[in-house]
Design a protein. Sequence first.
Length: 135
Amino acid sequence: MAAWIASSARPPARPERGCMTFLPGTQHRTGDLHHEEDLFATDPALRWIPRVTVPLRAGDCTFHSGYTGHMALPNRTDQARLAHVTIYMDEATHYSGAEHVVTDPLGLAVGDRLDGETFPRPWASAGAVACRRPT
């Protein structure tokens, strides 16, 4: 589950600034979907389904599954597009060996637990008083 929070302060949110775009229903697809083209290889008809583009203002947020086909379109303006993304995952998640922008530079071995500073546990942080570890 990902929370994508827009932090660009200048309204209005406009598609030409590179809004998040989603392919509805793709979260139900199965298969090895590690790269953009994998989704379309699994089902070429998805290239033509209507997309949902979501212009966000600073502070607006989308929540979506990592299995939902999504992209941030190119920013075609001279204004910065800033966002903060938080990805939530099961605490038992282990490194699969698949390429990913987050894990590639970490030198992980297949089977390593995704843990430590790069993968903080909200309930383990000193400032996370309101968070409780799930039981």
